[in-house]
Design a protein around this ligand. Structure first.
Ligand SMILES: NC(=O)c1ccc[n+]([C@@H]2O[C@H](COP(=O)([O-])OP(=O)(O)OC[C@H]3O[C@@H](n4cnc5c(N)ncnc54)[C@H](OP(=O)(O)O)[C@@H]3O)[C@@H](O)[C@H]2O)c1
Length: 248
């Protein structure tokens, strides 16, 4: 891949917030690395369209809840990106279960996907990130539930809260060359909300000061900002994108 353009890698780029971010990065002309699992054909289509428009793109498929697949994904990314400017750790899942129903294995699986995979990917890609001539930018995707907790997803809320500690630690340890920030979406209209009944949706919207759920593009816009020079004095911070649901 060429060295003048921004080289960006996104996990979970085939749907929702990740796809909106990938489209935005495509529009700004980045060289793209797009990861997906079940939405592999979507990232292939986007990569093809990006190449058709003169850009560079490669795709990856991996189940990031499996450490061996995370390792294979990271090894592939290392081959494709000797230098990496932007890394967005977006892939994640929210299995809804009451606390007393969560088995230790299920809790561990949530941690493997939402917390340990981001840790492992960043650690394996440190060298290409350190080679970024402009200073690399890492963005984690947490959740408002990292702050509010969840009464049907203690494992999810714990995994996302841990990402905040990881963000702050890496922001210190990798400074000044690499900036590390997190977005914490509230209720965003993606597959994650598809289980809502109409009643639950209306209760959800009623609790949000802006009286609607967010669009994935509204989170992608903030990720875009956090990966640009415009945010050059931000590191270790968490940006809420939640319509006022949580104000810190
Ligand atoms: N939507 C919300 O209200 C909301 C709120 C707070 C935080 N978030 C966070 O935002 C991020 C994106 O979610 P979304 O809302 O855009 O929902 P989504 O469309 O369901 O996206 C989830 C992404 O994670 C990937 N993924 C899930 N399990 C995976 C696995 N085992 N291995 C690899 N990739 C896996 C999916 O890839 P494939 O589809 O290709 O399998 C998908 O691209 C997640 O981290 C989520 O926790 C969302």
């Amino acid at each position: 891949m060429s060295s003048e353009v921004t080289h960006s890698l996104i996990t979970g780029a085939g749907s929702g917030i990740g796809l909106a971010t990938a489209r935005r990065f495509s529009q700004r002309g980045d060289a793209l690395g797009l990861h997906a699992l079940s939405h592999a054909s979507e990232v292939q289509a986007l990569a093809e369209a990006h190449r058709h428009a003169g850009g560079e793109a490669c795709t990856f498929r991996a189940d990031l809840s499996r450490p061996a697949e995370v390792e294979a994904f990271a090894a592939g990314a290392l081959r494709s990106f000797p230098c990496l400017d932007v890394l967005v750790l977006n892939a994640g899942a929210y299995p809804r279960r009451r606390f007393r129903e969560i088995s230790r294995e299920q809790f561990e699986e949530t941690l493997r996907l939402n917390l340990l995979a981001p840790f492992q990917i960043v650690q394996r890609l440190l060298e290409p990130l350190e080679r970024s001539p402009s200073g690399a930018r890492i963005v984690f995707v947490a959740s408002v539930l990292a702050f509010n907790g969840s009464d049907h997803g203690a494992d999810y809320a714990a995994s996302k809260a841990a990402l905040l500690g990881l963000t702050r630690s890496l922001a210190r340890e990798l400074a000044p060359r690499i900036r590390v920030n997190t977005v914490a979406p509230g209720s965003i209209d993606t597959a994650i909300l598809a289980q809502d009944t109409p009643e639950r949706r209306s209760r959800r919207e009623g609790a949000i000061p802006l009286r609607r759920v967010g669009r994935p593009e509204e989170v992608a816009a903030v990720i875009d900002f956090l990966t640009r020079e415009d945010s050059s004095y931000l590191t270790g911070t968490t940006v809420h994108v939640n319509g006022g649901l949580r104000m810190d």
